[in-house]
Design a protein around this ligand. Structure first.
Ligand SMILES: Cc1cc2nc3c(=O)[nH]c(=O)nc-3n(C[C@H](O)[C@H](O)[C@H](O)COP(=O)(O)OP(=O)(O)OC[C@H]3O[C@@H](n4cnc5c(N)ncnc54)[C@H](O)[C@@H]3O)c2cc1C
Length: 336
């Protein structure tokens, strides 16, 4: 397959970086079987992959385009023993009306969850409620969603987005917490600042989701080594989980890293933490054997289920993280 010149130029530094990380071994070059490098190259090429292919591959990560499809998927997961968090896909809005529409979608969703007797709460991306457009409107809309959630005995988690949003999302959370106790916040272990944030936020009992973090950020924001090695985040992740345990906050442990999950289980056991003080959380379509195993071990597992028309940004982030992306793209290209 011949790639356009621009794509080759973009991939070249990654190729040599990946090669250097293999200690300069040229063996893979001869055998052509170094899938790790091929996958890294493919992840870099995502912006150039046709949207139709991305949509096809990412069906595994998304419950569908409509509320009906999402509810059917949630029902199945509930029957298998999983709780769910539902996310209406969509990120930064550019008009107040779009923000208003997002809020209406969430309010309808809360009603549908109760009407169908589902075990699911919701997660919101504040940028989709106009966080970067009009903070006051965003807060007003988030409050309306929280009130609707209260009316349905439900709760809301605030997703954490990129560093342009971090402080604003923490401020939003604090503001919302004044009048509501059915709101939680996601925190990212790859950010250095999370140590100060979590210390301040755990002065009161709260509900948190601890995740590694997914956005591409400048190194100055990140804990050492995390830009090239995702396991470099693990010690920090564990420290934040421990902080939640020590301060009595409920913690959603959002990861598919099997070693990290084992370490959290050990941490809870060694510190006498009751299993009602935490749950594991995983994304729809990711590491399903692991999620089944954790559920079978008797832990509570919540699946994050996104749905909606605005699938592109979410899907490309998931594909980027998928260690077998090259195989998925190849299969989609040949129509499997
Ligand atoms: C419930 C939930 C909510 C989240 N909310 C946020 C949020 O609010 N803000 C935010 O920045 N991030 C969020 N994330 C994303 C998170 O930060 C990570 O990017 C993502 O979970 C991958 O990191 P990991 O912890 O699984 O560890 P990694 O070390 O990245 O991955 C561990 C292993 O999991 C497997 N894996 C991971 N992703 C995939 C994939 N897409 N396809 C196939 N295999 C995969 C791979 O085998 C990998 O080796 C959330 C994740 C979850 C599970």
């Amino acid at each position: 397959m011949l790639l356009p010149k621009g794509v080759v130029a973009l991939l070249r530094p990654w190729f040599f970086d990946a090669l250097a990380r293999r200690n300069g071994s040229w063996l893979f070059f001869v055998s052509g079987i170094d899938m790790q490098i091929f996958n890294a190259l493919m992840a870099r090429a995502i912006p150039f992959i046709p949207r139709a292919i991305i949509q096809k591959i990412s069906r595994r990560y998304i419950a569908g385009a409509t509320l009906g499809e999402a509810l059917a998927r949630v029902q199945q997961l509930n029957e298998q023993g999983f709780c769910v968090t539902i996310d209406v896909l969509g990120e930064t809005v550019s008009t107040p009306q779009q923000a208003e529409n997002t809020a209406i979608d969430y309010i309808d969703l809360l009603e549908a969850i109760q009407a169908n007797g589902l075990k699911a709460n919701i997660s919101i991306k504040p940028s989709s409620l106009g966080l970067l457009l009009d903070m006051q409107q965003c807060t007003r809309l988030a409050e309306r969603i929280l009130e609707a959630a209260e009316g349905h005995q439900n709760s809301v988690c605030i997703d954490m987005e990129d560093v342009n949003c971090t402080q604003k999302e923490i401020d939003l959370f604090r503001q919302l917490r004044i009048g509501h106790d059915n709101v939680g916040l996601a925190l990212q272990a790859y950010l250095k600042r999370t140590y100060q944030d979590i210390e301040a936020l755990t002065r009161e009992t709260n509900t948190f989701r601890i995740c590694k973090g997914i956005y591409v950020e400048e190194r100055s924001h990140l804990v050492n080594g995390s830009w090239s090695d995702r396991t470099a985040i693990n010690t920090h992740f564990l420290n934040h989980v421990m902080r939640c345990f020590n301060t009595g906050s409920f913690v959603g442990v959002a990861t598919h890293d099997a070693a990290l999950i084992e370490q959290v289980i050990a941490l809870a056991r060694d510190n006498g933490i009751d299993s009602t003080q935490f749950e594991f959380q995983m994304l729809l379509g990711v590491c399903e054997p692991l999620r089944d195993k954790v559920l079978k071990m008797g832990f509570s597992v919540r699946i994050y289920v996104p749905f909606g028309m605005d699938w592109y940004g979410y899907s490309t982030r998931r594909l980027n993280e998928n260690p077998s992306i090259a195989g998925h793209v190849a299969k989609a290209l040949i129509g499997l």
